[in-house]
Design a binder for this molecule. Structure first.
Ligand code: AMP
Length: 307
């Protein structure tokens, strides 16, 4: 079992109704790696950082079985920087700053040691870079998943449509599914998006859970109702890491196993939001994850006997 993860390794500045941080480690690939490495080893990371990204943070990832051979260090540039402010409901946010920095001239190279990976998670990044990674892997992985966001729909829609033709699973939130398809109804949006390429579509709905569409099937997983959502940053990437980590571990890409993967992804995301940045993901153990998955089972488990 092996999984390639692609995305940003970044600094974030985040403001939520509960607090504010000016500089914290973030990036789609950081969250992906923390979540996936709970299930798969090694995780083959592809990303780029500047001269400012702490070596100690790289070491924490290596300690979890994340291989960083595919992470380029650009000595004369700064790491990607993103800043966002959440609204009171914590489901919606405004992006305040996106400084591409090292991303401006990033040419991802897939190291030879990664080439036999069976699972590929193209985390949130420029669509043309996601495409470059697909093109370098001659033996097509068993499953290719892609995450993206409104920023790339606004700035690189045509590139995004090209790369969508090459992927099996697309993961977006409800707002992004509507933007991509031009449909208000998520069911209609799912149909249109499936015609663009992906056989499977995951639509994340924040605190309202996630939907999985495939052919004429649809599955719904709730999000765990939590006392406190501290910082939702990275929840989508953490979800994707748990989802792909589970699939890569079990090597089973059936619709039924994807239902389990959605629960695993939701459980991982529920930890992510409990602290700022990826801090909570650094602490959790296998037992914490198992207990949380049981909470999900209880949440949706009921007997019904219609008389
Ligand atoms: P999420 O909350 O799952 O959408 O992920 C938030 C993380 O994605 C933050 O840590 C950011 O550093 C990173 N991020 C924000 N915008 C982008 C972007 N346009 N491309 C790639 N990564 C991004």
């Amino acid at each position: 079992m092996s999984l390639i993860t692609l995305g940003t390794m970044a600094f974030d500045a985040i403001e939520t109704p509960f607090g504010k941080v000016d500089k914290i480690i973030g990036g789609s690939a950081v969250y992906l790696a923390y979540a996936a490495s709970q299930f798969v080893s090694p995780v083959h990371q592809i990303s780029i950082v500047g001269n400012d990204f702490p070596e100690a943070e790289m070491q924490l990832l290596r300690d979890r079985g994340v291989q960083l051979d595919g992470v380029e260090i650009k000595k004369d540039k700064k790491s990607f920087f993103w800043s966002g402010k959440y609204h009171l409901d914590m489901n919606t946010r405004d992006t305040l700053v996106t400084d591409l920095n090292v991303l401006e001239d990033f040419n991802p190279i897939v190291p030879n040691g990664y080439l036999d990976a069976e699972f590929l998670m193209l985390g949130n990044l420029m669509p043309k870079l996601q495409m470059q990674v697909i093109q370098q892997i001659e033996n097509r992985p068993k499953l290719v998943a892609l995450d993206t966001m409104n920023f790339w729909m606004d700035t690189a829609m045509e590139d995004l449509k090209e790369v969508l033709k090459k992927v099996d699973v697309l993961m977006v939130n409800d707002e992004e599914a509507r933007q991509l398809s031009g449909e208000a109804s998520l069911v209609k949006a799912a149909k249109k998006i499936k015609d663009m390429g992906p056989r499977f579509l995951v639509i994340k709905k924040g605190e309202h859970g996630a939907l999985l569409f495939h052919e004429n099937h649809v599955f719904f997983a709730p999000a765990l109702p939590l006392d406190e959502v501290f910082d939702p940053t990275g929840a989508g990437d953490t979800f994707a890491g748990g989802f792909m980590g589970h699939l890569a571990k079990t090597k089973d890409i059936s619709f039924d196993n994807m239902k389990t993967a959605i629960i695993v992804g939701s459980a991982m995301a529920s930890f992510c939001v409990e602290k700022f940045g990826p801090e909570r993901l650094k602490e959790i153990t296998r037992q914490d994850i198992e207990e949380r998955i049981q909470q999900f089972v209880q949440l949706v488990n009921f007997d019904i006997n219609l008389v």
